[in-house]
Design a protein around this ligand. Structure first.
Ligand SMILES: O=C1C[C@@](O)(C(=O)O)C[C@@H](O)[C@@H]1O
Length: 159
């Protein structure tokens, strides 16, 4: 639905193994997006440079991990990203984005990410670290759709 609302340019899906490139994309997102879903992979646990870039992100930002990193060895327990993220998702596995429609709805900071992680490839070995951002210019369009109740508001926001 987000794709429909946003059109070709609305959701931007990217994957890189380069920390530098990821940081450049974060800077680009700071200037030109209205929400960000990021799987920072191993950068999560050591990259202060990436954390500093993410700190400047002004809109809702979700840290996403395929595996439940908290179930893993202690070195995976201290995310540098979580303290600066709007929300954190971990351990949802890869099955949720087998098809576009299977992505879960995530609501954070008033933004609904509907099936948005579905843009990541099913083979997670190829899609980490990865990055999905919603273009700022399409967020107004998505809000309009939401108001027309295609995307229901989160339960705690209903009056
Ligand atoms: O590349 C990844 C994937 C990961 O971010 C995940 O999605 O579970 C977890 C990280 O520890 C690992 O380096």
């Amino acid at each position: 639905m987000c794709r429909q609302a946003a059109g070709e340019e609305g959701l931007v899906f990217r994957q890189t193994n380069s920390e530098q490139e990821m940081i450049e994309w974060i800077h680009e997102a700071i200037d030109g997006s209205s929400a960000l879903l990021i799987n920072p992979a191993a950068f999560t646990f050591y990259s202060m440079a990436m954390m500093d870039a993410l700190k400047m992100y002004p809109c809702p930002m979700i840290e996403f991990h395929i595996s439940n990193v908290h179930k893993r060895e202690p070195m995976y327990h201290n995310s540098l990203v979580s303290p600066v993220a709007t929300a954190v998702m971990a351990g949802c596995c890869a099955k949720w984005w087998r098809k576009d429609i299977e992505g879960p709805d995530i609501t954070a900071g008033g933004q609904v990410f509907r099936g948005s992680i579905s843009g990541l490839k099913p083979d997670h070995r190829k899609c980490c670290p990865s990055f999905v951002m919603i273009n700022r210019k399409v967020s107004a369009k998505i809000c309009r759709l939401r108001r027309s109740s295609l995307l229901p508001a989160a339960p705690w926001r209903r009056s």
